[in-house]
Design a protein around this ligand. Structure first.
Ligand SMILES: NC(=O)c1ccc[n+]([C@@H]2O[C@H](COP(=O)([O-])OP(=O)(O)OC[C@H]3O[C@@H](n4cnc5c(N)ncnc54)[C@H](OP(=O)(O)O)[C@@H]3O)[C@@H](O)[C@H]2O)c1
Length: 283
């Protein structure tokens, strides 16, 4: 039996930022995929229940998650019941003025970088357990952006330089792409590979980053952009990275419009290590 002939058992996916334009389209795209049940999450319970009013066998009850809060992330993971096979981290913020979370962390750094990092850390044990149950790698998909760069590790929270939401956004999206690479290495070290079965030698959890597409959303508007693609087009690459059989064992990669390419940020291993050391200091 080849890997492509492994029968798909029912899998569970969690999507963050499911109240957003692309997030909702990702939820719908996953729910329309083969044998996947989706748990939408969002920070605003009213918005969540108005967008997902009727749980079904495909889209389950929404759960509250504030991605800027370590307690919220750790709390959701500790209360998680059952398996989780796909984690799509999509929620991002880009306030036009500098803001801090109740933890005292600049909002974009908290949501877009620490939130991504903390979610991976909190859910990795659940993802690895679930991968063992179905004998297939679990997947983490980081929704990042082509619009990325100028990461300043000496002042990531804009404490010593003027805040600009575009600059803060670009550095956060660069950091997400670097984290995909850093975590790919560490997840494989920490959890080793499948020792038997059709995925013998393959990682138990894969993690990849992708650009969704140019979609007109509150986030793109707050950065001064519109967007010429539909939400479904924006969700296409994240859903594909989360589900495509041919990507079952690919990890640490960067995708735009279903194309894999070298990410220059992830290739800078010295900076990736520095970023890792920095995010770890936040706990
Ligand atoms: N739109 C584009 O053209 C484009 C291009 C490249 C990359 N992206 C990426 O696509 C992803 C989705 O963005 P979008 O364009 O769909 O924007 P959006 O519609 O504004 O959605 C942003 C989502 O993030 C959520 N969010 C913000 N702060 C949060 C927090 N503290 N906790 C939990 N959720 C929080 C928002 O929640 P609320 O609903 O409560 O506000 C919303 O669900 C982002 O990662 C973005 O960087 C978008």
């Amino acid at each position: 039996m080849t890997r492509s002939h492994v029968n798909r058992t029912e899998r569970t996916a969690l999507v963050t930022g499911a109240t957003g334009i692309i997030g909702k389209a990702i939820v719908e795209g996953l729910a329309n995929s083969d044998a996947i049940r989706v748990v939408p999450t969002g920070r605003n319970p009213k918005k969540l229940s108005s967008l997902y009013p009727f749980p079904s066998d495909r889209i389950l009850d929404g759960l509250v998650l504030d991605q800027s809060s370590k307690d919220s992330i750790v709390g959701l993971a500790s209360q998680w019941k059952g398996p989780l096979h796909i984690l799509v981290i999509n929620a991002s913020a880009t306030p036009t003025k500098r803001e801090e979370t109740p933890e005292g962390i600049e909002t974009q750094w908290a949501v877009n970088v620490l939130g991504y990092h903390r979610l991976i850390k909190a859910f990795a044990p659940i993802l690895v357990r679930s991968s063992e149950e179905i004998g297939e790698p679990s997947r983490i998909v980081l929704v990042a952006s082509c619009w990325a760069g100028d990461l300043n590790l000496a002042d990531p929270e804009f404490k010593r330089r003027p805040y600009d939401n575009g600059t803060a956004y670009r550095q956060s999206k660069q950091a997400e792409r670097m984290l995909a690479h850093a975590w790919a290495v560490r997840l494989q070290e920490q959890y080793s590979s499948f020792s038997t079965g059709p995925f013998a030698g393959c990682p138990r959890i894969t993690i990849n980053a992708c650009h969704p597409g140019e979609v007109n959303t509150p986030l793109s508007n707050s950065l001064g952009f519109g967007g010429h693609e539909s939400p479904a087009e924006g969700a296409d690459t994240p859903v594909w990275v989360a589900t495509a059989r041919e990507l079952s064992t690919i990890t640490g990669a960067w995708f735009t419009y279903r194309n894999r390419s070298v990410c220059r940020f992830a290739a800078d291993t010295e900076s990736v290590q520095k970023l890792w050391d920095l995010v770890e200091t936040y706990g």
